[in-house]
Design a protein around this ligand. Structure first.
Ligand code: ADP
Ligand code: MG
Length: 630
């Protein structure tokens, strides 16, 4: 039996295109061939379970081997095999008709996945690395004879009797001159680890020797013998294929270590499991988050029936959950996904909102069942929750019940709890509730204490996304505004009806103001007289909340009005407390030099308390202080 013929595609050009234009992704040939072998193994198993195959199943494993001398890579399976007729049907009649259109359309294509997927060319990806491919197969069917197919990358093939004696298929690639790298053990192992780590059928790659205990020698020392073991590279039953009820915490942690060998333990995890309206399983882990966001992105692996597809899950996982780790497996996502496919696919959108919902449910459950441990993890979880609330309205609506606000005393409150806590004292005369916050409790300590003297509460908002979170809260919460504690003197932060009278006359006030302006002598410092409580600081330096936000945003790349504000010089308000006794002392002094010196000293103290006093100003301050002590 010998036959020659033409593969029925309508152009001679397809193989050069596969080889040449898809070069960048050529390692996926191994994924395609190994997954075909796995499919074949699973099919024979199914046939056996249906009673359509009654022979020995044997050990269903796929073997990948290579021979550097002969320049071959062989993928062998014990699957259902193919008869010559089946080879003609499944391999020769390449599953697409518009070959000419294909060549036109994809001659500049960069994404091999797209082409291979679209035109069902899985098997033909072998020609990306081989200039000759052989199939040697024996079908499970009774009385089948072995069939061999050889193709040299043209549209001609040869079909003859093969010599495979046991059921299954060998695919033998004769590696081309440009693809030497695929004849290296480490390269092949690397590709197998990437794509085949969790395939459902054991994948054997080479053999290795191990030392096995072998009794004791005459002196009673342990003896060892060398044994050869098959090197199975994959875990055929990764935990996402199991039911959560059969798994312990240690199983989840062990799997995490398998995925990310050098990572810290995750905080908690979510086991995903749906079969309607789409199929999806997986485990998502919440890692401990450091501030190096970018580095940790792209840690979620996407699988389709345990075949690794990609770790670019941008469209499947909501943006704000990109920092999660773990795996997602969905047979509804075809093996050969491409960017454009993912964006357009309806299932993908559903998967996206399913994951959002699952994550919200999990957080809500943790919060409700064990608030103490939820709070303890807030430092890490908070980032996701806040980011999610900022970017997805749907998530905001769920998270508003379990997002926590932390104050400078490290106490935690939900939004309703915090409103309850502050509404009596922190509502201003317009009826607006003012939440005070600090982004640096150390630097803003004097302001925090002043606020606390009034029994006001101060939140801690020091994570990188808090600026956005604050804006979001203001937008969502009714009649509520947030002000940084150092945005103004405390009486102005939360303006009340009761007013403290100034003990200075108008003329005296004017004199003090001029005196300070002269002593400070900086155009960015705007002196104002303020009638504050006598026990508050004599001088307070603040930057307006709005101005500071605009400047912050412009620093972070905001355009428009923000960059306008960003370009303005920093501008501060210097509030001089007309009711402080130091101010009266300055006023009473008859020595103008002494007046200037005291005014400057009071101003410098205000700067000092906020870490704003540096350089020559700081040196002058120290010198002046020494003089004053004398
Ligand atoms: P797909 O896997 O998407 O069907 P491929 O081009 O990868 O497309 O394979 C084409 C067909 O060839 C398969 O559907 C299968 O019928 C057959 N085939 C390929 N490899 C094997 C194998 N190792 N054993 C049995 N049949 C195979
Ligand atoms: Mg295939």
């Amino acid at each position: 039996m010998q036959e020659k013929g033409n593969i029925s595609i309508h152009t001679e050009n397809i193989f050069p295109i596969i080889k040449k234009f898809l070069y960048s992704d050529n390692e996926i040939f191994l994924r395609e061939l190994v997954s075909n072998a796995v499919d074949a193994s699973q099919k024979i198993k199914r046939l056996a379970s249906l009673g359509e195959y009654n022979g020995e199943l044997g050990e269903l494993q796929v073997e990948v081997s290579f021979d550097k001398e002969k320049r071959t890579i062989t993928i062998s399976d014990r699957g259902l095999g193919m008869t010559a007729e089946e080879i003609k049907k499944y391999i020769n009649q390449v599953a697409f008709s518009g070959a000419t259109e294909f060549v036109e359309k994809f001659k500049d294509a960069k994404d091999a996945n797209e082409i291979i997927g679209k035109f069902g060319l899985g098997f033909y990806s072998a020609f990306m690395v081989a200039d000759k491919v052989e199939i040697n197969s024996l079908s499970y069917k009774e009385g089948a004879v072995s069939a061999r197919w050889i193709c040299d990358g043209s549209t001609e093939f040869e079909l003859m009797e093969g010599d495979r004696a046991t059921r299954g298929t060998d695919i033998i690639l004769h590696v081309n001159a440009d693809s030497d790298e695929f004849l290296e053990e480490t390269k092949l192992r690397g590709i197998l680890n990437k794509y085949c780590q969790f395939l459902p059928v054991p994948i054997k790659f080479g053999t290795r020797t191990e030392q096995e205990p072998d009794g004791e020698d005459e002196e009673g020392k342990a003896k060892f013998k060398e044994i050869t073991v098959d090197d199975i590279i994959n875990n055929t039953t990764p935990i996402w294929t199991k039911s959560p009820t059969e798994l312990t915490d240690e199983d989840y942690l062990r799997f995490y270590r398998e995925l990310y060998p050098f990572s810290e333990e995750p905080l908690f995890w979510i086991h995903l499991n749906v079969d309607y309206p789409f199929n999806l399983t997986g485990v998502l882990y919440f890692p401990k988050v450091k501030n190096d966001f970018e580095m940790q992105r792209n840690k979620i692996k996407l699988f389709s029936r345990q075949v690794f597809i990609t770790d670019e899950v941008k469209d499947i996982v909501p943006e704000f959950l990109m920092l999660l780790h773990g795996v997602i497996d969905s047979p509804d996502i075809p093996l050969n996904v491409s960017r454009s496919f993912l964006q357009a696919d309806g299932n993908v959108k559903k998967i996206n909102s399913y994951i959002t919902r699952k994550v919200a449910d999990k957080l809500s459950e943790l919060f409700k069942t064990d608030r103490a441990s939820y709070q303890a993890k807030w430092g890490d979880i908070g980032l996701f929750v806040k980011y999610g609330m900022i970017t997805e309205d749907k998530f905001y609506d769920k998270a508003k019940d379990f997002v926590l606000l932390e104050n400078v005393k490290n106490e935690y409150f939900t939004l309703p709890e915090y409103q309850e806590k502050t509404k009596h004292l922190q509502t201003d005369k317009e009826g607006t509730l003012v939440y005070l916050y600090s982004n640096d409790a150390g630097k803003q300590d004097s302001f925090i204490r002043t606020a606390e003297k009034r029994s006001y509460d101060v939140l801690l908002m020091n994570s990188p996304i808090d600026t956005h979170f604050i804006a979001q809260l203001e937008q969502k919460l009714e009649k509520t505004t947030l002000k940084r504690v150092d945005a103004d003197v405390v009486d102005n932060l939360i303006a009340k009806d009761e007013k403290i009278e100034s003990i200075l006359s108008e003329d005296q006030s004017k004199a003090v103001k001029e005196l300070f302006e002269k002593a400070i002598n900086k155009s960015t410092m705007n002196v104002e007289m303020a009638a504050l409580a006598p026990d508050e600081f004599p001088v307070t330096v603040t930057m307006d909340e709005f101005m500071r936000r605009m400047k912050d945003m412009s620093r972070n790349g905001g355009g428009g009005m923000m960059s306008f504000y960003g370009n303005l010089p920093d501008s501060y308000k210097v509030s001089v407390n007309s009711n402080h006794k130091l101010i009266q002392r300055i006023l009473q002094s008859t020595d103008e030099n002494n007046q200037q010196r005291l005014a400057r000293q009071a101003f410098d103290l205000a700067l000092l308390s906020q870490g704003m006093l540096t350089g020559a100003d700081l040196t002058d301050f120290v010198t002046r202080s020494v003089d004053l002590i004398d």
